[in-house]
Design a protein. Structure first.
Length: 272
């Protein structure tokens, strides 16, 4: 079921942290995953707006760290993801790009006990750009595709998944090419799975980068925005059917939809 634009705007304004997700999911009677997807969208857009501003000031950030502020404290003061702040600091310390990635994302030791502890704390608290956040999103993507496979089989549709397709250089291919599938009176030729919430801006992005190409090359199809979408994107293209989690039943659907992120303070050892 799509969200009305007013409902979406309310959620967008309410959620600013993983704790907000758990609180307002119960109050609004929505799956936690829906609110988390909106929060992730909000954070990523905020980062895009201010990323270069803070990157240019990495020497100032390093001076604050050397004066005793922790990575997480610097990040919280600026309302900026701690893993990205960590990368700026490591770059200012003179580490190469490859070394920065190994230290900030892969947990490699820097040889500095304080720095290593704070990098671990940044990882534990960053719900968008940490390696565990990336892994969680990867698992959600796989779960979504697994549910779609079961759904296609239950409808007797023949399909070819993207990893089974013969790749042509530069060719854009959907997650599934299907035959003998008719939904709501429309015969569809492909299905694309997206473990996101889609507002107008997000949907336009996917239309431009992928979906319009699939329609042109393969015909009518389905995009599944697992965590929902705003109702204003419905009917924009007669050859595109938009679905979300409410269109499916599967034993693993609950796993896809409900799991609050609970950050841990790895420096002090306190849990939240």
């Amino acid at each position: 079921m799509p969200l009305r634009k007013e409902e979406y705007r309310q959620i967008y304004s309410l959620v600013s942290s993983p704790e907000d997700v758990c609180i307002y999911a119960r109050k609004l009677r929505l799956p936690e995953g829906v609110l988390e997807a909106v929060l992730n969208l909000k954070v990523v857009r905020s980062v895009k707006e201010s990323y270069h501003f803070w990157k240019k000031r990495k020497e100032e950030l390093l001076a604050e760290w050397e004066a005793g502020k922790s990575i997480v404290e610097i990040a919280e003061e600026r309302r900026f993801p701690p893993v990205l702040i960590a990368r700026f600091l490591l770059s200012a310390m003179g580490f190469s790009k490859k070394k920065v990635k190994r230290l900030a994302l892969n947990g490699e030791s820097s040889g500095n006990e304080r720095l290593d502890m704070e990098l671990a704390d940044a990882q534990a608290r960053d719900f968008v750009f940490s390696r565990q956040a990336h892994e969680k999103q990867r698992i959600r993507g796989e779960l979504g595709e697994e549910i779609i496979k079961a759904w296609l089989r239950s409808r007797g549709a023949a399909f070819l998944s993207e990893d089974s397709m013969v790749k042509v250089a530069g060719a854009k291919t959907p997650d599934f090419l299907v035959s003998e599938l008719r939904i709501l009176g429309m015969r569809v030729a492909w299905v694309e799975s997206k473990a996101v919430f889609a507002d107008e801006e997000e949907h336009k992005h996917y239309m431009r980068k992928q979906l319009s190409h699939y329609i042109k090359n393969f015909g009518p199809g389905i995009v599944v925005y697992w965590y929902g979408y705003v109702d204003t994107i419905l009917g924009e293209n007669k050859d595109l059917l938009i679905l979300d989690y409410t269109s499916f039943t599967h034993p693993k659907l609950e796993m896809l939809l409900n799991e609050c992120w609970v950050p841990r303070n790895t420096v002090s050892g306190d849990g939240v």
